[in-house]
Design a binder for this molecule. Structure first.
Ligand code: KG4
Ligand code: ZN
Length: 352
């Protein structure tokens, strides 16, 4: 069975096509991503109106390119004959962005007469792991880390999960993005902080880790600690505006702050993951979401979690349509109810 997945929750217009066999193994047939990131970089963050307008422009060309990649130009029949279902992210995300994907998927489902599955974006991130063999085994411990989410969940089977903890304030990706802004590094902050951190000394500065009960996370204190440190480094007090700090920091200071922040931010994630591993003894541990691209996260996890972790491809960590299609494949194969293409609505605040 073959599912086409559409993802437009933020600034990526993405379509993936995935095939699933009776053995429940997934095969990636296409993964096309058009991003409007360059249009947002000048503003230091995603501008919702610009993202939504870009989705309208890119949506159908991306659908066409995905079909062409999956089924080739030679195919003389309609490529849609090959597609068994359509899956689409309906939340969480930016309202205007989600609307473009959902309306496109609803229209295609009606016109092409395909079942339609509404997909939770955060859950889809976990399914990127089913696209890189070997497939994870249940019970599965998932650390989900993106620009909008930071959470730990245990899956006993498909669609059967328990949320262990979430962030009480900022998401970890958001903390990377905010620290990048303080240091004058380009958006998105994750990759640029990582790159600066490689040239810095991770033990130069020490930051205290938040004391959170259970499996909940917190990152806003760490972000503020970085701000205070940066102000102190240039000899100013807490009233000094954050956007004027970077020009007075040396390259070395920026690199050392980036490295020290990154080490602690990732330790906070890995500490809780190790505790959850010990409590739940999962057969597999997976990481999901944009921050799963972090080399430091992979390094610390591999060092401290006693089982092998099969990390997803970098291009499947950040937002993409293939992860949406992969979750759609399991919904279709395992007989989950399809959505009504005449009424599926967006839910910008959808929770796992
Ligand atoms: O999952 P994603 O593409 O979008 C959301 O659903 O939020 O995640 C984007 C987030 C951004 O905050 C970005 O800074 C972060 O992932 N990110 C990273 C890295 N690459 C992307 N954070 C740390 N290290 C990275 N290498
Ligand atoms: Zn995401």
């Amino acid at each position: 069975m073959i599912v086409l997945g559409i993802e437009t929750s933020c600034d990526e217009t993405a379509v993936g096509i995935v095939e699933i066999g009776d053995d429940q193994n997934c095969r990636l047939l296409a993964n096309v991503v058009a991003t409007s990131i360059d249009l947002h970089t000048v503003y230091g963050g995603v501008v919702p109106e610009i993202a939504a307008r870009s989705h309208i422009e890119y949506m159908m060309p991306v659908v066409k390119e995905a079909l062409q990649t999956a089924f080739g130009k030679e195919l003389d029949s309609d490529p849609w004959d090959q597609v068994d279902a359509i899956a689409v992210t309906y939340g969480a995300g930016l309202g205007g962005s989600l609307l473009v994907g959902v309306m496109t998927a609803r229209t295609l489902a009606i016109v092409k007469d395909k079942p339609l599955y509404g997909i939770n974006h955060v859950e889809a991130h976990v399914y990127a792991n089913f696209l890189s063999p070997p497939a994870p085994q249940f019970p599965l411990l998932a650390l989900i880390v993106s620009g909008g989410h930071t959470q730990l969940a245990v899956f006993q089977g498909h669609f059967d999960y328990k949320l262990l903890g979430i962030t009480r304030d900022d998401a970890v990706g958001e903390a990377f993005d905010k620290v990048a802004k303080i240091l004058g590094l380009p958006y998105p902050g994750g990759p640029s902080v990582s790159a600066a951190a490689e040239k810095g000394d991770a033990n130069k500065y020490s930051f205290t880790k938040p004391k959170m009960d259970g499996y909940d996370f917190s990152f806003s204190g760490l972000k503020t600690a970085v701000l205070r440190l940066a102000q102190k480094e240039i000899g100013e007090d807490f009233t000094f505006p954050s956007f004027k700090i970077a020009e007075r920091l040396s390259e070395d200071q920026k690199n050392d702050i980036a490295a020290s922040f990154q080490r602690v931010a990732i330790e906070i994630l890995v500490d809780k993951t190790v505790t959850a591993y010990e409590e739940y003894q999962p057969a597999s541990v997976v990481i999901a979401g944009g921050v799963a691209a972090s080399g430091e996260l992979r390094r610390q996890l591999s060092e401290r979690v006693p089982i092998d972790i099969a990390y997803p491809d970098f291009k499947l960590c950040t937002d993409n349509g293939a992860m949406v299609a992969a979750l759609g494949c399991f919904k279709l194969l395992l007989g989950q109810p399809a959505a009504d293409p005449y009424s599926l609505d967006i839910n910008p605040n959808l929770k796992m």
